[in-house]
Design a protein around this ligand. Structure first.
Ligand SMILES: NC(=O)c1ccc[n+]([C@@H]2O[C@H](COP(=O)([O-])OP(=O)(O)OC[C@H]3O[C@@H](n4cnc5c(N)ncnc54)[C@H](OP(=O)(O)O)[C@@H]3O)[C@@H](O)[C@H]2O)c1
Length: 359
């Protein structure tokens, strides 16, 4: 029997990608798609690329719980909070693409999102849906907090190095560039063609809401309080994120031989690529590129891949890591489908296979 799934906020960019992916998934049937502004209208009017006869409906949780078992929420943060709670109470499973259940500490959520979290107890039930770090927990979760797009590229880029004693955890700089679809489908002046085209700009410097999410996950990995400099940039393309991450290494003379673990030695260049290859060896969607190759957004466009390359800067005794994802796929809807596959024991790549094998 096919799994019945609903997509709430199905008229936006992440919703549209979910519909496209799930129409090609062998184990699921889409039973409801919502939009407030387009309720009653056929879905194909907003997504002419999809051959689908469904119509949008309103978010009416009482009605929707009868229709599906798993709910993908592609709603804005704040809106998601209560919908997740209602669905959880009704015994349903939820994959929330918004930020509402990603930050474990409600006071941190309130500080960055400028609104209190109404269901702090439920935060404990939510699992951060980054399969490369939390696959086992995802399997048994009822609420998945699907990671943000920038955090996915940053965390996957740094994670293999993070436990290493040689890493100066106070030195991490994440410099990211994103295409315009990262801001959603709502018309907003800075994201209009004539504003964004032929221009590159930094925004939300020191204040971007993905900062605490990156810090939370890097702190969990290293078991230390990590703070990062994170600066996002808007670039004139539809989709894709490229992050360049700078990490200083401590002076090796400070270490006792015991502290220089196998992984520690690996950080000084020759074995660095091997360390990353090993860390992601079993991951279907992380590709550590061969030495000298550079990730780029075109190579991951339309796929659930995260491409990573890692470099050792001998002169500065530091690592430079470059990662690329499609913000709407590994950064959102693709990762959500990957999480669903894990939760329901489907093949992890189902619905996400690229059309042609990578050379
Ligand atoms: N875009 C990305 O790259 C990306 C990546 C990762 C995570 N996310 C997160 O995923 C979520 C969806 O992002 P998106 O880019 O798809 O946004 P979007 O294109 O703006 O779509 C938002 C959707 O939510 C619906 N909606 C808005 N306000 C609502 C309300 N009060 N009640 C019910 N439905 C409402 C909209 O329906 P209408 O048709 O009524 O407007 C639309 O379907 C956001 O939380 C975002 O932060 C986005």
């Amino acid at each position: 029997m096919l799994l019945k799934v609903a997509i709430l906020g199905g008229s936006g960019y992440t919703g549209g990608e979910l519909i496209r992916l799930l129409l090609n998934h062998s184990q699921v049937k889409i039973t409801a798609i919502t939009s407030e502004r387009s309720a009653g209208k056929p879905v194909y009017l907003l997504f002419p690329n999809l051959r689908i006869s469904d119509r949008f409906e309103h978010v009416d949780v009482k009605k929707l719980v009868e229709k599906a078992d798993l709910f993908f929420l592609c709603l804005p943060h704040k809106t998601s909070q209560d919908v997740v709670y209602q669905l959880y109470k009704a015994g349903k499973k939820v994959i929330d693409l918004s930020a509402d259940y990603r930050i474990k500490d409600p006071s941190v959520y309130e500080e960055w999102y400028k609104t209190p979290h109404l269901y702090p107890a439920l935060l404990k039930k939510a699992v951060y849906g980054l399969p490369e770090l939390y696959r086992k927990k995802i399997k048994n979760a009822r609420i998945i907090a699907n990671p943000g797009c920038y955090p996915t590229s940053a965390i996957l880029g740094i994670a293999p190095a993070m436990k290493n004693p040689a890493v100066d955890i106070d030195s991490i700089i994440v410099d990211s560039k994103s295409g315009v679809s990262g801001a959603g489908r709502n018309p907003d002046l800075p994201f209009m063609f004539s504003e964004a085209n032929e221009s590159v700009k930094a925004y939300a410097v020191t204040t971007h809401r993905h900062t605490p999410e990156i810090e939370q996950e890097l702190s969990f990995i290293s078991k230390k309080d990590v703070k990062v400099n994170f600066t996002p940039h808007l670039i004139p393309m539809d989709r894709g994120i490229l992050s360049t991450i700078y990490v200083k290494l401590k002076n090796r003379k400070q270490f006792t031989p015991a502290l220089l673990s196998e992984a520690g030695r690996a950080l000084d260049g020759s074995q660095l690529n091997e360390l990353y290859q090993k860390f992601y060896a079993k991951e279907p969607f992380v590709r550590v590129l061969k030495s000298g190759k550079y990730p780029n957004t075109k190579a991951v466009k339309g796929t659930n891949f995260c491409d990573i390359a890692v470099f050792f800067d001998k002169r500065k005794n530091s690592l430079i890591i470059v990662s690329a994802i499609d913000n709407l796929l590994k950064g959102a809807s693709g990762q959500a489908v990957q999480n669903m596959n894990i939760m329901y024991g489907f093949e992890e790549t189902e619905g996400l296979k690229p059309f042609a094998p990578y050379p």
